[in-house]
Design a protein around this ligand. Structure first.
Ligand SMILES: C[S@@+](CC[C@H](N)C(=O)[O-])C[C@H]1O[C@@H](n2cnc3c(N)ncnc32)[C@H](O)[C@@H]1O
Length: 461
């Protein structure tokens, strides 16, 4: 290895006074927030992946736990309200930022999200954004602009924020337009309004929902899930966690596995199983479950989850299109990979990382997975197809194309009284469709669930 002289003698470097100044507390967190925002918005990386404690972005993982929590809070707000922040910043800029000023745009968004939506002192948000600009060669000449724009935002926010929230459609155009085509203008507005809110946490409990609702300070939904509007503790600190008495699962996500009815003693394949929410439901209901998934790391989480819950399943790591079990199953669940547009309340990066092309590709993947899934079930056996997309291309439309071209399979319509509380979500064809704007009763807390699609099919021959 050739080592250059200067590399061996770092002591000869001259440091400027500015470089030697201790870094302002909190600056590293803001820098990481801007970097991750760039990764989400420009490189279409998933926020959960970037902030994964074990495999996430290295600068993020290097932060103290408190700063990691702050970075996540900043990014959740910056993405949840991205269109509103953009509109408010645009009004404070004399002219649009040039396309190559991405770092400047991300710095402004990170600071604006704190000023508008977080409990961070305004002065700290501005000072740190200015310090960030000064210390970054790409941004140093914009430090004055950062200061001016953000101080202006602070001055007007009490009046300008409510107006911007009322006038801005909180989504990229492609996303809102597809929702409108599927659900109409009024329901789209209601869905986008729900995307602005932090969602409640729903739990699937093994037994006695009333008891857990009381223990968590929540209430029982008509379907039996327990809902907590705002959790005061992390889930692993709640009673019953170590004992494996419950798991976190949005109410909508708990419905597909219940469409099989009584599965006690039946051989059921859960084909895209990880991290195992539906595997756990099926195993708890007494099924002999084979849980298959492509992802080794996600299957590790599935095993950990089942261990905690004291439940068991046969676990198979495979691309299910190559899965050839010795004998067909009594029933098959295909909870297919999808655009996840039904989970924007929890994953506000989704509209900014996905595209219409992704939706088309995912619909084609779902179709190929479903074509194979039906071969794995006995004649007379049941197949439930589900996913957490709001887009009919991945739900109703994909399924009707499949049914038209697959004569050996027919739709088994779901009755509106099969599960307590599901009537509002059953379509006239007997499929299940939920959106975040749906409600299952009167009152604010009875509103909101993930967007889900599910259909039950029977293999005739
Ligand atoms: C929506 S998630 C499943 C969630 C899971 N059913 C639950 O309730 O916890 C979709 C899963 O499909 C898996 N997957 C994607 N393509 C696959 C394939 N070709 N074969 C098997 N699994 C696949 C992904 O690894 C991912 O874990």
């Amino acid at each position: 290895m050739v080592v250059s002289r200067s590399a061996r003698r770092p002591d000869v470097h001259k440091h400027s006074a500015a470089e030697q100044e201790p870094e302002k507390p909190g600056l590293a967190a803001r820098r990481v927030a801007a970097k991750l925002l760039a990764a989400v918005v420009d490189a279409k990386a998933s926020l959960d992946g970037l902030t994964d404690p074990a495999h996430g972005q290295p600068n993020f993982r290097a932060l103290e736990p408190r700063d990691r929590a702050l970075v996540r809070a900043i990014l959740m707000s910056a993405l949840r309200h991205r269109a509103t922040v953009e509109a408010l910043l645009a009004k404070r800029l004399e002219r649009p930022l040039p396309a190559n000023a991405r770092a400047l745009s991300h710095t402004l968004h990170v600071a604006a999200a704190q000023i508008l939506f977080l409990d961070v002192p305004d002065s700290a948000a501005v000072d740190l954004a200015v310090a960030q600009a000064k210390s970054d060669p790409r941004l140093s000449r914009f430090a004055g602009l950062v200061n001016g724009v953000l101080r202006n935002l602070i001055r007007v926010k009490a009046r300008a924020l409510p107006a911007a929230l009322a006038q801005t459609r909180e989504a990229p155009d492609w996303f809102a337009e597809r929702l409108e085509a599927a659900y109409g203008a009024e329901k789209t507005a209601a869905i986008l309004a729900m995307h602005r809110l932090e969602p409640p946490v729903d739990f699937t409990v093994k037994n006695d929902p009333e008891r857990w609702a009381e223990a968590f300070g929540g209430f029982v939904l008509p379907t039996g899930s327990v809902r907590v509007s705002k959790l005061e503790h992390s889930v692993d600190q709640l009673p019953g966690f170590a004992e494996g008495e419950w798991w976190v699962q949005d109410m909508a996500a708990s419905l597909p596995a219940r469409l099989f009815g009584d599965v006690k003693g039946k051989r059921v394949a859960d084909l895209c199983a990880a991290p195992g929410g539906k595997t756990a439901q099926l195993a708890h209901a007494g099924a002999l479950v084979t849980a298959a998934d492509l992802s080794a790391s996600r299957l590790r989480r599935l095993r950990q989850n089942l261990d905690r819950l004291g439940l068991s399943a046969e676990v198979v790591e495979t691309d299910i299109r190559k899965f050839e079990p010795d004998q067909p199953f009594d029933a098959v669940l295909l909870d297919a990979p999808c655009s996840s547009t039904g989970t924007v309340r929890r994953h506000p990066d989704v509209p900014w990382t996905k595209s219409p092309e992704d939706i088309d590709k995912l619909a084609a993947l779902q179709r190929s997975l479903l074509d194979h899934a039906v071969k794995l079930v006995k004649p007379g056996g049941c197949i439930v197809f589900s996913n957490c997309s709001l887009d009919p291309a991945e739900g109703e439309a994909m399924l009707s194309g499949f049914l038209a071209q697959t004569p050996e399979v027919m739709l088994d319509p779901v009755g509106s009284d099969e599960i307590p509380g599901i009537a509002p979500f059953i379509t006239k064809e007997g499929m299940l469709r939920t959106t975040p704007a749906d409600r299952f009763g009167e009152g604010e807390e009875m509103r909101g669930l993930d967007g889900f699609f599910a259909a039950r099919l029977v293999r005739k021959s």
